[in-house]
Design a protein around this ligand. Sequence first.
Ligand SMILES: Nc1ncnc2c1ncn2[C@@H]1O[C@H](COP(=O)(O)OP(=O)(O)OP(=O)(O)O)[C@@H](O)[C@H]1O
Ligand SMILES: [Mg+2]
Length: 535
Amino acid sequence: MKGIFRGFRLKLKRGKKPEERMEEVVEEKEAPRLTMRTRTFLSGRGHLLASYPLYEPWAYAFIVEDPKTGKIVYNVEEVSMNETELKTYKEVIDYITWELEPPEEITDAREYLIKYARKAIRLFQIKLGRTPGLSWAKISYYVERDLLGYGPLDPIFRDPNIEDISCNGVGIPVYVWHRKFESLPTNIVFRTEKELDEYILKLAHMAGKHISVAYPILDAILPGGHRVAATFQKEVSTKGSTFTIRKFRADPITIIDLIDYRTISPEIAAYFWLAMDYKMTTLILGVTGAGKTSTLNAMANLLRPTYKIVTIEDTPELRLPQENWVQLVSRPSYLATGGIGEITLFHLVKVSLRYRPDVIIVGEVRGEEAYVLFQAIATGHSGMTTLHAESIDAAVKRLTSPPMNIPPSYIPLINVAMVIKRVVRTDETGRPRPARRITNIWEIEDYEKYKEIARWDPIRDTFSLKLSDSIVLKKISELTGKPLENLIEEIARRKAILEWLAANRIRSYREVATYVQKYYVNPRAVLKEIGVGEI
Ligand SMILES: Nc1ncnc2c1ncn2[C@@H]1O[C@H](COP(=O)(O)OP(=O)(O)OP(=O)(O)O)[C@@H](O)[C@H]1O
Ligand SMILES: [Mg+2]
């Protein structure tokens, strides 16, 4: 075996039954070296920017730059199968495909398939005995990758640096959005229409949904929480099937991460924490992939645990620690039913009112559901939502035009609006790096009367916030009778907590939730813990 994976050998313990041996497969790991392909690429025209394992010892990522064109490519390098292994792999896959018996009782289908695949491999091991040059572990990797995983894209799904994976058609490289290098072509290409169509059918099956010529659009959630949108054949996309996947983060972005990434300042985060506590309605604006949903999620995590929260989404992306949370998700209809059975965001916002929510969170408003949401806010519920727009003016224009048709008199029901943007910063080495910043925050006084209360300075990379002018704080003060100074002090306390959590790297979803909850129950204890007396 050649290349980076030379030296991997299957070590089977002697004197045991083959199935027992299989469990004890040990692979010799080796630091990733460059395969011939990457080496040739490099020797001719490129240099390596980054390399790291995706799934040791099977798959690695090599990010390579061509100095002449400046083109950066994301190369997935996997252990390659020799001819004998490839032949055996195909036989195993055929065997599983044809011989798979339905389970006696319906349990976890994935678990069942894993067990069955293992059994099939063991059978083949017994049948073939010790075959020189054949790695069963390698075959197992490919069987698992293709039957249970995401096939050729499986290594990319394992890369935490990748945010999006998209394919625009046959013969075009699959593109990824890398946290450090932004949009990159990969060395993975679907060569034929059949190959791509089959892959999309596989994605639809994995999501438990349907895609076909009759219903050529898919919008679904894959196992593991990844959001997929796809089109099938040439029905609605002229170049043939396409798909795009927004990868799910197993570890959600928290408010502390946003502070750490400098997307938001601790003071602005504390201001929102207080505003949401007093049920101020918040609107998060931004373009596709700007980070609207992540910001919404991070902020909603700060809501009082006693609040009844109802979230309404097309695809379930939000994750809240609060127990008093109902997650509603819309449902498409299939053409065959003539549109019957469809449950839209509109229906869900309407039904959500029956739950007597304190806060209604709509993942993204686009259509007639916006009107019901505004009616709900008008009757005393708090609302949080996101909208595709780059500024408050553009957002209001969208809200007041079809299909949302919000009357201008409803616009002041929004208390605060913020916009999140993808910006470019230079790192210590002078290289441009993508970043996200909440660039402007407005408080809504009236229709076409917006007060910019906070703003990001792109030169100094700092935020300014003018609390003394805040309409929101004045409103809270009127509602509660608390003087403005007390509210500003409360923001200072919450800011101190957020800064302390960030400084101590207490950032995970659970940890942040614990502190937020503790603060609501016993603020003095938390302030004592972080070493802050009375502010
Ligand atoms: N502040 C941030 N810093 C770094 N990465 C972020 C930040 N916010 C979001 N991301 C990442 O950016 C990607 C897109 O984020 P998100 O889904 O929140 O965007 P969105 O604006 O809701 O997109 P869409 O318009 O497609 O719904 C995700 O992979 C997320 O992990
Ligand atoms: Mg979103």
